[in-house]
Design a binder for this molecule. Sequence first.
Ligand SMILES: NC(=O)c1ccc[n+]([C@@H]2O[C@H](COP(=O)([O-])OP(=O)(O)OC[C@H]3O[C@@H](n4cnc5c(N)ncnc54)[C@H](OP(=O)(O)O)[C@@H]3O)[C@@H](O)[C@H]2O)c1
Length: 246
Amino acid sequence: MDITNRTVLIVGGTSGIGLGLARRFVAAGSTVIVGGRNTRTIIGLETVQIDVTDADSVLRARDEVLALHPELDVLVTMSGVLLMEDLRDPDHFAAAETTINVNLLGTIRTVDAFTPHFVRRGAGDIITVSSGIGFLPFPLMPTYGASKAGVHAYTEALRAQLAGAGVTVTELIPPAVATAGQEKVNPAALPLDGFLDEVIDLITENPTPNEIVVDAARRLRWAERDGTYAGLLEARSRSLETLPGR
Ligand SMILES: NC(=O)c1ccc[n+]([C@@H]2O[C@H](COP(=O)([O-])OP(=O)(O)OC[C@H]3O[C@@H](n4cnc5c(N)ncnc54)[C@H](OP(=O)(O)O)[C@@H]3O)[C@@H](O)[C@H]2O)c1
């Protein structure tokens, strides 16, 4: 994928990985718009207000971006929340609902809003964002893993449905990255800059692979195939000891 002369919308680009990726695209020569609910703190980038849980907001943002940038040719659906849940406490359901609404339905709403534009153009790139946790659960974040497994399956189907339309569909599968609070609780989380270096190397391959899997994500992505799934899941289940009352 060429990243030097594109017009890119990163929904969920107002912080963390999305904001870092936005700056990489800009540094390479592309025009970037970042979207999210909290756009006020963004300096030096064009922004659009968007709440992916609200269908009207998504359509408004789509119309605003396409009015200014009818040449839009890259969409990244980065919006996500990373919530912990104790499944023995029924109150977890609120977190489950939010997680599915933002991570999975938010991805679907955003892709739906822009698919006609991309199909009309007959060209462009859609990049969805799942997680290593979608392939190897992290039991402290059950619905998060379910939402990202859903994003993976949806992305595969989207790619199949857009085949022949000139639109490529790529799934970014990050491992733990030192953003969104991970930097405080997970010493193994990758520094953002190193992660983005690897992402840019992979994404600029020609043709771009269907999945962007940096080195640290491979053991999660391929655990089932590699026969390491049960052992890794057991090790990751030890995190449950941090829940109150365990
Ligand atoms: N960090 C990791 O370890 C890791 C690992 C695997 C996958 N990922 C995935 O990577 C993506 C980015 O995560 P991050 O670590 O960079 O987290 P982050 O810094 O918290 O960024 C999350 C982004 O999602 C946006 N967002 C949240 N709720 C939204 C809503 N209702 N409508 C629109 N935008 C919304 C936020 O923008 P506003 O707050 O401005 O709305 C923000 O731009 C997520 O999909 C996450 O699941 C992260």
